[in-house]
Design a protein. Structure first.
Length: 271
């Protein structure tokens, strides 16, 4: 059974059909990428999965249990964490505190215990700090734990945002354009980091990304959206050759392409 199944999901905002009959599945232990032209409905899909939007129709299930109508905080508690297109860190807080904020779902201490500084609460706080340090070490940020988040480089801020999401111990990690704004070196390091999250930590990953070279080299499976609808799904090789995908990106039929140069300009060759 896939960790996440989406079937027939539609969402309308007034006169705009943002999602229509989306079909998608994310297998356990995979890196799956959602791609598509601007306005295809990719971020809308993430917002539907995480409960920010409620679909007008369709089915969204995490390990066989429906997420429809579930509050975003409860969806997070069930095991879905995400990042956003724009970095959303607490700039005035330290790197360590940003990760600790991400752990709040896992902590059990009540208000009375916190105010009274009960021994059980102190033990939980210490365990949380140790876990936060372990996460930061994995993300190459341990040496910066006392630095304010706003003082980090752009690439380090991106890594910290992912680290904070990982602090909630997700089963499924959603990354919304994680490579946006990164230089080639940072992008290559990010690809290695994402693989390590899957391979070393056992987390399933669903991401949105526009960098086709990055996507084609990283993804086990791709889902292609256009005008809010799933038009293709499969491996990188499947997607490169799919006429509907080529037409969606190039605005012309596959038969009209000249010797693959249009594919190369839009990154569909992955080279």
């Amino acid at each position: 059974m896939p960790v996440l199944e989406i079937s027939g999901v539609s969402k309308r905002f007034g006169g705009i059909q943002a999602a229509q009959r989306i079909e998608a599945a994310v297998d356990h232990g995979s890196i799956t990428t959602v791609i598509g032209p601007n306005g295809a409905g990719k971020t809308t899909l993430f917002n539907l999965i995480t409960g920010i939007y409620k679909p007008d129709s369709g089915r969204i299930e995490l390990e066989g249990k429906s997420l429809i109508g579930v509050r975003p905080d409860r969806i997070a508690a069930r095991g879905i964490a995400r990042t956003f297109q724009s970095i959303r860190l607490f700039g005035k807080l330290s790197v360590l505190d940003n990760v600790l904020v991400g752990m709040h779902i896992q902590l059990k201490a009540g208000l009375a215990g916190i105010l009274c500084r009960l021994p059980a609460v102190q033990r939980e706080e210490e365990a949380a700090r140790r876990e936060a340090f372990r996460i930061l070490d994995h993300f190459g940020l341990a040496s910066l734990l006392n630095e304010n988040a706003e003082n980090l480089s752009y690439g380090a801020q991106r890594r910290l945002e992912i680290a904070r999401a990982m602090a909630s111990k997700p089963k499924l990690l959603l990354l919304d354009e994680p490579a946006a704004g990164m230089n080639p070196k940072e992008t290559a390091q990010l690809a290695d980091l994402i693989r390590s999250i899957r391979d070393d930590l056992g987390i399933t990953i669903l991401l949105i990304e526009h960098d086709m070279k990055f996507v084609m080299s990283l993804s086990d499976h791709l889902i292609v959206l256009d005008h809010g609808e799933t038009i293709a799904a499969g491996t990188a090789d499947d997607i490169r050759r799919n006429p509907k995908v080529i037409e969606a990106y190039l605005g012309t039929s596959a038969a009209a392409l000249d010797s693959g140069q249009g594919r190369k300009r839009h990154g569909l060759t992955g080279t």
